[in-house]
Design a protein around this ligand. Structure first.
Ligand code: MSP
Length: 653
């Protein structure tokens, strides 16, 4: 019979910064699933990689004074970079794709052209809100209080020539896919997609940009670069040799369509609407499932490098082991929903589940086998009334676990295994082997008790392999488990180990952690990390500022102006609407300072006005110019007030 196949992917990560615990979470989950399928005998393809193009990376590289390629190389291949992290975490990926790989770039150009020739990509005009300092386009809905979501500064209406993908053409088919199949999971995500995107109507998607260079050039119109999502999504197929010679076409035939894409909730839209539509356009089969997992939150909010509150997986894995971190991530947080990360949860989980329940069971079982029988159990064994429940639970474990794993319910699968481990610990108390040991006549019973413990542990360990691969090898060594008894088949039923089992007492697999001491140390490490983030943000600033000549400065016209009236803009939390006298006329100016000033604080004051700024519309109101203010410590902002003796219209230079 032909071997069954399984193709699973992580999202490809942006190497704009070092990866954090949130990225690690998704990759660990994917790895556990890949290992589980391999354990079941599947021929698995596990793909991960990095999404290396785009404006953000171009800007970061500029700031760092290196080329974008050098920048991403460092983060992906450099010390403690992405690949090092996956090595540390024992991620068993089969392929790693980088979107800057030549074969991928060439394939994306062909794919783009094919959709263009089909008429599904066409040239049009991209209209959006543009933040000049960030050089970024935004849609109305992405704006925060009418301003750039990245820097908070005002945006202007702008247009550029761009290519569009006819997403609207596929709206009905995508709706059908979402509503009438189990393509997107968990089901709650389907409702989100229909309500937020499909029902309001799908608009065609902008798929090229001319405002930055760091991307795959459109080969038949090279001033355009392919804008992120075509480049990113098709990685799942180019890494199998689709439209390129890097890998044999047979890989594509063998593994496509993917069994499942694991993705975080904020990119479910791209994977469940845009991706199927693009595949429909290319007349390719659709992936079988997309699973949208939740986020790991910190103090209820998103982790962010600029806040300095990201959790460093390197530190945690090096301190507590990759296996402990892997176990914690998949045991504590239900995969489909958000969860709150904390060091305390991590340490408690390690102490309670791994050191107490699992670690103690292993050490008690092997120590008793050693003490009472020199490590080798006698074949003469006697059953007892306490055995029934434990044997039943251990015997049923694999099928329960399988049902959970098939639903990607890692938390439940682990809970099933640990319920059996707890039951086994209780079985020790019930059977009291140390009392049985006192009387030679009870030795057959004692041997059976130890056998039952070892066999229960073996079954649990087989099923823990996808989660804690290194620890399981250690446990198998202590239990003396032969290779053929570490397999999926061998965990189907209780009693596969020969009666005369040979156990080896070894080191504690998970030493207990001194929680108070560790928490204090972690806190100190994190405080140092936060301070470093602040410092480097402060250091980066001057580097990010390009020097200009006096002729550039001369282009900016600064004039004194008097504030005549001022009120809040109704649709905005940030904006104030000012009427100012610029010496020649009255004009309306908007300013994002409402958090720091009440309208009455400003009326009558003389301020500095950038008077030759192009008019812009913010929250439906016109702004003709900008008033100057200073960013002060502690997030304070102070408007530059001038001496009132300076007349309106005076030029400032
Ligand atoms: N490059 C795109 C994905 C393209 S896939 C064709 C991208 N990259 S990302 O680096 O920003 O995010 C990658 C994944 O990490 C996303 O699935 C995202 O949800 C996940 N996570 C980032 N922070 C996370 C948490 N705090 N918690 C859980 N996952 C989170 O988006």
């Amino acid at each position: 019979m032909e071997q069954k196949r399984f193709y699973i992917t992580t999202p490809i990560y942006y190497p704009s910064d070092k990866l954090h615990i949130g990225h690690t979470y998704c990759t660990v989950a994917t790895d556990a699933m890949a290992r589980y399928k391999r354990l079941q005998g599947y021929d698995v393809m596990f793909l991960t990689g990095t999404d290396e193009h785009g404006q953000k990376i171009e800007t970061k590289a500029n700031e760092a004074g290196v080329t974008p390629q050098q920048f991403v190389d460092q983060i992906v291949e450099g010390p403690r970079g992405v690949k090092d992290l996956w090595k540390l975490m024992n991620i068993s990926y089969d392929r790693f794709i980088r979107t800057t790989d030549d074969y991928h770039v060439a394939a994306i150009q062909k794919i783009f052209k094919k959709m263009y020739e089909k008429g599904d990509i066409y040239k049009g005009t991209y209209k959006g809100k543009y933040c000049t300092p960030c050089e970024s386009f935004w849609t109305e809905s992405q704006l925060k209080d009418g301003c750039c979501p990245d820097c908070g500064r005002p945006v202007v209406d702008a247009e550029e020539e761009a290519y569009f993908f006819r997403l609207s053409k596929y709206a009905d088919k995508v709706r059908d896919l979402l509503v009438n199949t189990d393509f997107l999971q968990p089901r709650s995500r389907v409702n989100e997609m229909i309500r937020n995107f499909i029902d309001p109507g799908l608009e065609d998607l902008c798929v090229s940009r001319t405002s930055f260079k760091w991307g795959v050039p459109v080969d038949f119109d090279p001033k355009h670069v392919v804008y992120v999502w075509i480049d990113a999504l098709f990685n799942y197929t180019t890494a199998l040799g689709f439209m390129n010679d890097k890998y044999p076409q047979s890989d594509f035939e063998k593994f496509w369509p993917a069994d499942v894409h694991f993705v975080g909730k904020e990119i479910v839209r791209f994977h469940s609407i845009i991706w199927p539509a693009m595949l429909m356009s290319m007349e390719m089969p659709l992936p079988k499932h997309v699973f949208g997992h939740g986020w790991l939150l910190l103090d209820g909010g998103k982790m962010s490098k600029s806040k300095g509150n990201v959790v460093d997986p390197y530190i945690l894995a090096e301190r507590y082991s990759a296996d402990a971190l892997r176990y914690f991530l998949l045991r504590d947080f239900p995969f489909g929903t958000d969860g709150n990360f904390s060091n305390e949860l991590l340490i408690n989980r390690i102490n309670i589940d791994l050191a107490n329940d699992l670690g103690n069971l292993v050490s008690r079982t092997t120590a008793m086998a050693d003490k009472y029988f020199g490590g080798t159990l006698p074949e003469n064994q006697a059953e007892g009334p306490e055995d029934g429940e434990l044997l039943a639970m251990a015997g049923e474990l694999r099928s329960k676990y399988e049902a959970d794993m098939e639903k990607y319910a890692f938390q439940n699968a682990l809970a099933d295994v640990f319920a059996v481990i707890s039951r086994a610990n209780k079985y020790i108390d019930e059977t009291a082997p140390w009392i049985l040991a006192k009387d030679e006549a009870n030795h057959p019973r004692l041997a059976r008790v130890l056998y039952n413990l070892a066999e229960t542990l073996r079954i649990c360990t087989v099923l823990l392999q996808p989660f804690m691969p290194e620890t399981c090898v250690k446990i198998f060594t202590q239990l003396g488990t032969a290779e053929e008894l570490r397999t999926w088949d061998s965990a189907e039923a209780f009693g596969r180990t020969p009666a005369a089992a040979v156990l080896h007492k070894g080191d504690n697999i998970f030493p207990r952690i001194d929680a108070a001491k560790e928490l204090a140390e972690l806190e100190a490490l994190e405080a140092a990390q936060k301070a470093a983030a602040k410092e480097s943000a402060a250091e980066e600033e001057p580097e990010g500022i390009a020097m200009i000549g006096i002729e550039d400065f001369a282009k900016v016209e600064l004039r004194a102006a008097k504030i005549l009236s001022c009120e809040k803009v109704k649709r905005s939390k940030k904006l104030l609407k000012l009427t100012v006298n610029d010496g020649k006329r009255e004009r309306q100016v908007l300013s994002g300072i409402s958090q720091w000033y009440a309208p009455e604080d400003l009326v009558g004051k003389t301020i500095v006005l950038v008077s030759n700024l192009k008019p812009a519309k913010l929250c439906g109101e016109e702004s003709n110019g900008m008033i100057l203010a200073a960013d002060c410590p502690n997030d304070d902002v102070k408007v530059l007030f001038l001496d009132d003796s300076i007349p309106a219209g005076a030029k400032i230079r």
